[in-house]
Structures are given as structure tokens and as C-alpha cells.
Write a protein that binds this ligand. Structure first.
Ligand code: PLP
Length: 307
């Protein structure tokens, strides 16, 4: 898909920069950050990587509208709205639960970018996950005849392919990379990253509790996107800090200290947990001494929670 053109849009900082982190606590591990958070203010990180191929395909199909799903704090909904605004698609966001006014920052931003919001109660929302007919009805009702549907979280096969391109970009910048770490929400980013990195290793850091199901989800996404499951990745589950969007004093202290030392403010929901895991694994040898590790900064701190 690299050769296929996007509709014209805003300038994007691609390839995203790679910067070194000097920090004694890393012992003998050389750590670099892949600053995907700098790609575009409205289209950061993995949200852009996952949307790009879908935008190309939507444009090729002549779709006028993008419709997608998410919770009330969904950064995927916000990014889809921004993508529609910048690349010339109407957008519809199907939000789980009831409307709460005033809108939170994620949804207010989506509306500012022209997105139409519609709400589904939790039961119907859950049903829509496994009911193509219900999704088609929603698309027909809210999106019109030329509607392109993105799943919740945006993780489909095209999204995984976009994250495989992230891996290719990174390997060109850091040819001796041994292991790459990223946070895991739905697993689309890890699925593509690992496929593009093989045989180098990828470690996904789950940001939610009870993340055992994610291994199956990542495998399914790899199968859908690449026809096979690679064996070069794993998910570590012990860095959820109590669950999705939860945080504690230890994580907050780590984030403050990281900002002081390195001038990068880590997003609490995803990137902070991943970075904490990287430092822990560098210290305990799970990331072996002597290796070159890259942490993907998949998004930026917005002062709001995500989903
Ligand atoms: C959405 C998001 C993720 C989760 O990515 P998945 O592909 O769903 O695993 C990770 N990091 C940031 C910053 C995000 O906004």
C-alpha cells in the first residue's frame, strides 16, 4: 500500500523522528524513542498509522463518509474526526452509552472537526460488534450509501498493515534494533509492528487488566492482514497499574521524573505504562544488556482519558 496515494491532506512529520535516551537506570541497554506522537497534532501516533491505509481504501471506493465506534473517551473517534476534517470525508461517531453534556474533550474535539455523533445503549453497542446487519443498518441510517465503516479502536487488517509500515520505517532508521516495545490496547499496533519487524522482537505492554484475550486478538489480526502469525512477539501483562486508564503514585512519579530528565511528557493511559515496563525490563534483564531497544511513543498526553 506504500505506493497507493492518500487524498491530499496536511503535512505529516514522516518518517517520525528517532531520539536517544541517556539514563543510568537502563544499565547496558541502548534505548531510543520513536516519536510517532509528533506526526501531526490532530493525528498522532498509532491512530494515524492505523487510519492511513483505511483512508486510501475509502477514497478508492469513493466513500464520502467514515463511520466508526468507540467509548465516550475514545481517542480513535477523535482521530477519525480529525482525519475526516483534514482529508475531506464526512464522519459519524457511534458512541457507547448515553449522551452526557457538556461533551468531554475527546468528543468536543470530534464535533469541532465536523463529526456527527450518535449514541447506542450498551446492549445494542455490544450487539453491533458481532452483528454485520446492525452495522449495515447504522451505516445506511447515519452514513448514507457511500459509507466506509471502521471497527471500534480502528484495528482491522489495513490498520495492522499501516503499523507494519511503521516497523519498516523504524528498521531503516535503526538497522541494528533488537527489540521494539509498544503499548497494547486492542492490539492492532502490536500485530502490525511485530509482522514488520520479524525476526527482530516486539514486546507489547498491556494497559488493561485481564489482558489474556489480547494474544488471540493480535494473532487474529496478523492472520487477517498477513496470512500468518509471527512468533517474534509477546505481551507482558503486569504493568496495567490497576486497569485501563488507572494510575497510581508510582506511575505518576515515574512520569514526572521522566519529564524532568528527558523533556517528554508521557501519556498516562498508554505510553507511561509501556515506558515503565521498558525501564523495569531493562533493569531485570528481560531486555538483555547490550541490546538496542526502541520504545514507540504511540501518542501524546492530552490530559484526557482514552479508549
Ligand atoms: C489507541 C492507543 C494505543 C492502543 O493501540 P492498539 O492498536 O489499540 O493496541 C496505544 N497508544 C496510544 C497513545 C493510543 O492512543
Amino acid at each position: 500500500m506504500g505506493a497507493r496515494a492518500l487524498p491530499s491532506g496536511p503535512p505529516l512529520l514522516l518518517p517520525s523522528p528517532v531520539v536517544a535516551v541517556a539514563d543510568d537506570r537502563l544499565r547496558e541497554v541502548r534505548l531510543l524513542l520513536k516519536r510517532d506522537d509528533l506526526i501531526h497534532p490532530d493525528l498522532p501516533g498509532n491512530k494515524w498509522r492505523k487510519l492511513s491505509g483505511n483512508l486510501v481504501t475509502a477514497a478508492e471506493r469513493g466513500a464520502g463518509t467514515l463511520l466508526t465506534f468507540g467509548g465516550a473517551f475514545s481517542s480513535h473517534i477523535a482521530a477519525t474526526a480529525a482525519a475526516g476534517h483534514h482529508f475531506g470525508f464526512r464522519t459519524v461517531g457511534v458512541v457507547r452509552g448515553e449522551e452526557h453534556l457538556p461533551l468531554n474533550p475527546a468528543l468536543a474535539g470530534a464535533v469541532r472537526h465536523g463529526m456527527r455523533l450518535t449514541y447506542l445503549d450498551r446492549t445494542r453497542y455490544r450487539a453491533a460488534r458481532n452483528d454485520p446487519a446492525l452495522v449495515a443498518a447504522l451505516a445506511a441510517e447515519h452514513g448514507g450509501p457511500s459509507c466506509y465503516v471502521l471497527p471500534e479502536g480502528g484495528s482491522n487488517a489495513l490498520a495492522a498493515e499501516g503499523c507494519a509500515e511503521l516497523a519498516a520505517e523504524l528498521v531503516a532508521q535503526v538497522p541494528d534494533v533488537d527489540v521494539v516495545c509498544c503499548p497494547v490496547g486492542t492490539g492492532g499496533t502490536l500485530a502490525g509492528l511485530a509482522a514488520g519487524l520479524a525476526p527482530r522482537r516486539a514486546i507489547g505492554v498491556a494497559v488493561l487488566k485481564g489482558a489474556g484475550f489480547l494474544t488471540g486478538d493480535v494473532s487474529a489480526l496478523q492472520r487477517a492482514a498477513f496470512g500468518q502469525v509471527t512468533t517474534n512477539w509477546r505481551i507482558v501483562e503486569e504493568f496495567h497499574f490497576g486497569g485501563y486508564a488507572r494510575r497510581d503514585a508510582r506511575l505518576d512519579a515515574f512520569v514526572d521524573d521522566f519529564a524532568d530528565r528527558h523533556g517528554v511528557v508521557l501519556d498516562h493511559v498508554y505510553v507511561a505504562k509501556m515506558m515503565y515496563a521498558v525501564f523495569t525490563m531493562a533493569a531485570d534483564g528481560r531486555i538483555p544488556p547490550g541490546s538496542t531497544a526502541v520504545a514507540v511513543v504511540t501518542g501524546r498526553c492530552e490530559g484526557t482519558s482514552h479508549s
